[in-house]
Design a protein around this ligand. Structure first.
Ligand code: 6PG
Length: 496
């Protein structure tokens, strides 16, 4: 408990400071204090500090401050200051206020969901002033922040030496290993957190597709489906997202007439997003990595949110086609298991694409991110925590340079064994008119990777015809162009 003397004591005795005490910042501050770190507190609106001390002051040793200057003065050197404000302009504003008060070697930590480009810019600016800037991903929501999140810190290696042990102490541990490790320089931590969120979107979309298929195709009730997801949570699919899916499906609230209605039927079917999934896709496009699972998930949220357009289509009633319908007999037989297989295979693809993207970002920015270590710190604390991450860790332990997760022996077999079910499920969905952009794009990606020849040869021919963009040939080296509007002969275009 912060006693009176600590509140007024101006000397530097805090191990870490947190500014921005909305729910995430408050819970992280409590987590630091609960783990024995003297924790300095500052918030622009003083009442947040007072409330924290009043309600939770006995959880550890807090040093509250009423102004930024005394907050900074209360910290031991190198000062470690965690900013937990809404990502964007607010972060820059806090940094601008803080920097003049800091000294060489101090560490400013941004635990918000910042764009990694902003983190790169901020890191450069602070480095020029002799300060460390650590952009860190923090996953696990409010509960994780308090009881053990997964933490993905970037920045300089040197800063990790002073900061890492404190962060590791508040992260959740799986099999004795903390879900926190050094990710890489400048924006690496926030990049990896962004991809984590993209995978989160993909995983949630796939689960929603599985739900829709079983609900529409087999006419199962939300309560029955809660049981299905609970069973799935005992196998390969065991994960936080599957677990909470069962909880959501089980929940009822009184409907208009007071009788219990499944909550899922009362919720407006327009999925929102704060933007990290979109950033992932934008970045993937720039890096040229086909993260189709994440892209389909972001677009599916956008389609669901196009409420006026959807209403107009409903009202017009002119877009014909099947809208569900129950499977029976042989078609229904084994369908639940088939959907489970399709979900698992699609999930493997989404994760494989996400890890490819981490590699591409790491190559582009020279971060040297250890993908196996990322799988390790995602095993607990974060939203995508899952048994499955152990498998990914093992795959990268065996071969850190695996060209695709799908090539790992375990995953190749898992996806190969699932593929008949996967095709059955996608074909059934298409026939019933149930949209499954996640399942079907994952299957197309899988088939695209497998094929020896792709239709891209024709695309190259088209490009050459209308724009003289040239093509390569399978039978000889060089770059070629056909004289489409001339005599139809072929010219070699590169110097030879
Ligand atoms: C986490 C989450 C979190 C994210 C929310 C909401 O790792 O704890 O990823 O950071 O902000 O899940 O994201 P959307 O509003 O974009 O769905």
């Amino acid at each position: 408990m912060a006693d009176e003397s600590s509140a007024s004591f101006p000397g530097p005795r805090a191990d870490i400071g947190v500014t921005g005490l909305a729910v995430m910042g408050r819970n992280l501050a409590r987590n630091f204090a609960r783990n024995g770190h003297v924790t300095a507190l500052y918030n622009r609106t003083q009442s947040r500090v007072d409330e924290l001390i009043e309600q939770f002051g006995d959880e550890g040793d807090f040093v509250p401050s009423t102004d930024l200057k005394s907050f900074v003065a209360s910290l031991k050197r190198p000062r470690r200051i965690m900013i937990m404000v809404k990502a964007g302009k607010a972060t820059d504003a806090v940094i601008d206020e803080l920097v003049p008060l800091l000294e060489e070697g101090d560490i400013v930590i941004d635990g918000g969901n910042a764009h990694f480009d902003d983190t790169r810019r901020r890191e450069q600016a602070l480095k020029a002033k002799g300060l460390h800037f650590v952009g860190t991903g923090v996953s696990g929501g409010e509960e994780g922040a308090l009881n053990g999140p997964s933490i993905m810190p970037g920045g300089s290696k040197e800063s990790y030496e002073a900061l890492g042990p404190i962060l590791e102490s508040i992260a959740v541990a799986v099999d004795g290993t903390p879900c926190c490790t050094y990710v890489g320089p400048d924006g690496a931590g926030h990049f990896v957190k962004m991809v984590h969120n993209g995978i989160e979107y993909a995983d949630m979309q796939l689960i929603a597709e599985a739900y829709e298929l079983l609900r529409q195709g087999l006419g199962k009730t939300p309560a029955e489906l809660a049981d299905v997801f609970r069973t799935w949570n005992e196998g390969d699919l065991e994960s936080f997202l599957i677990e909470i899916t069962a909880r959501v499906l089980d929940k009822t609230h009184p409907g208009a007439d007071g009788s219990p209605v499944p909550l899922v039927d009362l919720i407006v079917d327009a999925a929102e997003q704060k933007g990290t999934g979109r950033w992932t896709v934008q970045t993937a496009l720039e890096l040229g990595v086909p993260t189709t699972g994440i892209a389909e998930a972001v677009f599916a949220r956008s389609l669901s949110g196009s409420v006026d357009q959807r209403k107009a289509v409903q009202a017009a009633g002119t877009l014909v086609g099947p809208t569900g319908g129950s499977l029976a007999g042989a078609e229904a037989e084994g369908f639940v298991d088939a959907v489970r297989d399709a979900l698992y295979a699609s999930k493997v693809v989404a994760y494989a694409q996400g890890f490819d993207m981490i590699q591409a970002g790491s190559d582009q920015y020279g971060w040297d991110v250890d993908k196996g270590a990322m799988a390790t710190i995602w095993r607990g604390g974060c939203i995508i925590r899952a048994q499955f991450l152990n498998r990914i860790k093992e795959a990268y332990d065996k071969d850190a340079h695996l060209a695709s997760l799908l090539l790992d022996e375990y995953f190749a077999a898992a996806v190969g064994n699932a593929q008949d079910s996967w095709r059955r499920v996608v074909a059934t969905a298409v026939r019933l008119g149930i949209p499954v952009p996640g399942f079907s794009s994952a299957l197309s990606y899988y088939d695209g990777l497998r094929r020896e020849r792709l239709g891209a040869a024709l695309v190259q021919g088209q490009r050459d015809l209308f724009g003289a963009h040239t093509y390569g040939r399978v039978d000889k080296p060089g770059t070629f162009h056909t004289l489409w509007s001339g005599d139809g002969s072929e010219e070699r275009q590169d110097a030879h």
